[in-house]
Design a protein around this ligand. Structure first.
Ligand code: NI
Length: 170
């Protein structure tokens, strides 16, 4: 089922999320809804708070061509970051049509629980590294615009407030 994606500003996008305690049928369904919602948007990553579910859970697939590689990460945690930074023009499904360069560690190691309840750890590079860090930020109530200067951030926030008023009017 495709879920509605919250648009910034929304208090749910600013709050830290709760850890996932165990994998349930409900949680597996949520993961499949999140993937469906992400692919349909279309996007390369989605965090649970973006659909109003305050759980530490993200989905992503950064493959642009070739067979899809859907990933579901529960309680993801960065365990190591490279000193090397890389800059990507980031966007966010909760901040439609706004993009800005953000610098982040180029390579990160991430540990998480998968949908079988098993612990996983993997190194991410390139777009995957940017995406996983962006999505984990969402779980801590942080958006990519929080890395920008106050003026740029305010300008984007005003545009989003205007967009939300227009959407509300229908
Ligand atoms: Ni985002």
């Amino acid at each position: 089922m495709i879920r509605d994606i919250l648009i910034h500003p929304d208090p749910r996008l600013k709050k830290p999320c709760d850890p996932v305690a165990e994998v349930t049928a409900e949680l597996s369904q949520l993961a499949s809804d999140m993937l469906e919602t992400m692919y349909e948007a279309p996007g390369i990553g989605l965090a649970a708070p973006q659909i109003g579910v305050m759980k530490r859970m993200i989905v992503m697939d950064c493959i642009k061509e070739g067979p899809p590689e859907p990933m579901v990460l529960l309680n993801p945690e960065v365990t190591w970051s490279s000193e090397d930074l890389s800059s990507y023009e980031e966007g966010c499904l909760s901040i439609p049509d706004q993009y800005a360069e953000v610098k982040r560690p180029a390579i990160v190691k991430v540990r998480w629980m998968d949908l079988t309840g098993a612990e996983q750890e993997r190194q991410f590079e390139g777009l995957w590294a940017t995406c996983v860090q962006h999505e984990i930020d969402h779980l801590d109530g942080k958006l990519f615009i929080d890395y920008l200067g106050p003026l740029k951030r305010q300008m984007i926030t005003r545009k989003m407030e205007k967009l939300k008023r227009e959407l509300a009017r229908g």
